[in-house]
Design a protein around this ligand. Structure first.
Ligand code: RIB
Ligand code: CA
Length: 320
């Protein structure tokens, strides 16, 4: 188990598909995290399916009824919503055909849940966004004061001088709702960006690890293998890499143990929400040529070893 790490109060905002549910499972199994709730945004697959995926993940973790799940925005701020069943399977969970969880979602709107939780505990709530930033943007628009009350927002999104994964320019979460990303990046919120390149360099569960997981008997290992099944097929076909990309869970690992992020630099970062060709592209001003005040902490490198130690503790059913 990780050395005595500080206890963290987390709200996980997610477009629950395989990698998101792996990240959620890590938070549910973390000995130093208090998961205050889950809010659902519009990303990977059909909205109500994402809600069910989050509820089922909580059930597999043995926390059914203990972690509230709040449906958030069912549509990006402006753009038409385009999903990614081709990456994750029609259910987002590797087409595993999981049963319906007993727990039902809350009636409260996810954006209101974010605003109310942050206002109830200024300086204490860490937001972890592993999908498009629609809910976070709406929360900041509803109550701009939360930007200074959030302890920190960690988001999986964008790229730092690296190819996109949904277009040559853009990573999926930023591409789905670039207008929300624009609002959040300029909100003044303390935030850390974990780009797609961190996953491809340090967060890919490789073939030999997948083979090891395939023969593990824990519920967590079987869940991981199932929910990431389609993403493994997609990654081999499109990226030519044989493994399971874990962008959301390496982001969650960084939240749970800051030592996972081995190189973090404060930079000015902006996002393109105007052009079509580079819609959703994030530009990290690495050389400070724009002379703009830095607005983000960018993770430049992460410890694959530490991440995988945490991931495998979860897969063995041990506290992360
Ligand atoms: O680009 C990868 C990101 O988009 C991941 O968070 C994945 O779940 C999707 O939301
Ligand atoms: Ca996601």
């Amino acid at each position: 188990m990780g050395e005595n790490l500080p206890s963290i109060r987390i709200l996980h905002d997610t477009d629950t598909a395989g990698d998101d549910s792996t990240a959620l499972m890590m938070a549910l199994k973390a000995s130093n995290a208090i998961l205050e709730g889950v809010t659902i945004n519009c990303g990977n697959v059909a909205f109500d399916q994402q809600v069910e995926n989050a509820l089922y993940t909580i059930e597999v973790a043995g926390k059914s009824g203990k972690i509230p799940v709040y449906p958030g925005a069912r549509h990006p701020l402006i753009r038409e919503w385009e999903t990614a069943e081709n990456v994750h399977g029609n259910d987002g969970m590797g087409d595993s055909g999981f049963p319906r969880a007993n727990q039902r979602p809350e009636q409260k709107f996810g954006v209101d849940a974010i605003v109310d939780l942050v206002n109830s505990a200024p300086g204490e709530i860490t937001l972890v966004a592993t999908g498009p930033l629609t809910n976070i943007a709406l929360a900041v628009r509803k109550d701009p004061s939360i930007a200074k009350k959030v302890k920190r927002l960690y988001f999986m999104g964008g790229t730092n001088q690296y190819l996109g994964n949904v277009t040559p320019a853009a990573e999926f979460n930023m591409w789905v709702d670039p207008d929300a990303a624009k609002i959040v990046l300029h909100s003044g919120m303390p935030m850390t960006m974990v780009g797609w390149e961190i996953c491809m360099r340090h967060g890919l569960v490789n073939r030999s690890e997948l083979d090891e997981i395939a023969i593990m008997s824990t519920a967590e290992a079987k869940f991981f293998a199932a929910v990431n099944r389609r993403a493994v097929e997609f990654t081999k076909e499109v990226e030519g890499r044989d493994g399971a990309p874990c962008p959301d869970s390496i982001t969650m690992a960084i939240v749970l143990n800051k030592a996972v992020a081995t190189d973090v630099r404060r930079k000015f970062v902006d996002v393109d929400n105007e052009s079509e060709l580079s819609r959703g592209a994030t530009y990290v001003d690495h050389l400070n040529v724009l002379k703009m005040r830095p607005n983000l902490d960018v993770v430049y490198a992460a410890s694959e070893r530490l991440f995988k130690e945490m991931l495998f503790r979860m897969l063995r059913g041990e506290p992360v």
